[in-house]
Design a binder for this molecule. Sequence first.
Ligand code: PLP
Length: 408
Amino acid sequence: MLKRNPSIANLSSGYLFPEIAKRRSAYAKAHPDAKIISLGIGNTTEPLTPHIVDGLTAAVHNLGTPEGYSGYGDEAGLTALREKIAHVLYNNLIRSDEVFVSDGAKCDIGRLQYLFGPRVNVVVQDPAYPVYVDGSVMIGAAGKSGATGYRGITYLPCTASNGFFPDVSRIKKNSLVYFCSPNNPTGAVATRPQLEQLVRQAQKTGSVIIFDSAYSAFIRDPQLPKSIYEIDGARTCAIEVNSFSKPIGFTGVRLGWTIVPSELTFADGTPVIRDWSRLTTTIFNGASNIAQYGGLASLDETGLAETRLLTDYYLENASIIRKTLLSGPFSPAGVEVYGGDNAPYVWARFPGKKSWDVFDFFLDSCHVVCTPGAGFGPAGESFIRFSSFGHREQVLEACNRLSQVHLS
Ligand code: PLP
């Protein structure tokens, strides 16, 4: 029999969200009358908008005609979409041939881990989107989990006391640094001076930043950077991943992109873009052509207006959640509330409590599912992430219930 892949065996437990789903369904089984509302998973809930639906349906109809049919396309995506991303979303800070359209940011993060392989020093913000750590363990870049996280991973704590921006001087030579802004789960957005610090440190240490900007469409403060390429020097040290999932509800349709600047090289001088191109053309066959026409529709004037309305809707949910948390008694030690203004996540700290205990408390006392902060890394302990992805009436009902419970 084949031996189990030891890197996968090194993963300590289930992925966070299946674990939440398991607890939720066990609770629902034991309490069949409970009307559970989820403010937990970052999955979109609102329907696709009309202009984007038109883009998708036109593409489907075209595929049904002899002249409009196409099979496999360019693995890097439709030229028109790559150009539109470079122009509309990056104001030409990057070139269209540096844009690689994909089936989503998560899949691209996995492929990037494959690109860099097991011999890198992995650095993550703590807390972080679990894919950075779990994927690094799976590829063999990190070892077994210990008391303070996985061996081989440098965790940079992002706490209220450092404004959720870590001490980047701890980034060592030749590191692969995962950095997410707007951040999942903290909802914090790095400022321009902060990103300048990050880029300088990456340059100094010969490190590469994987900048995950999957939530950039939620930034409303014009002073906050939406892309790492707004920072001088980033083209020599950063790759950016982004996604159509959250801005236009493509979580199920699947569409994202990765930017690999031509100046970025490996130690031997090989351009990273060359290997990325080789890797993606080998193990990826391109994003769905239908999805790409939907993405294209989202980047014209009407599509951008619809995107704004959709993201505003979730930001309004976030504001309702924020207000509820700030006004609720919850626990004798109070609650600290962060994020939710330029990001769809509200990050709340319950001093003196364990995240999973607060999770169980909310599930049990008011049938609201949230996400325990400890699942995102050691510094997430005592925190809960509330997601603003939900129907308004459900968010209002969840908030109404939350405002009536007391965590002793
Ligand atoms: N990056 C971050 C920070 C996320 O939170 C998520 C999804 O929740 C993703 C990437 C995944 O994006 P996609 O749907 O494009 O795979």
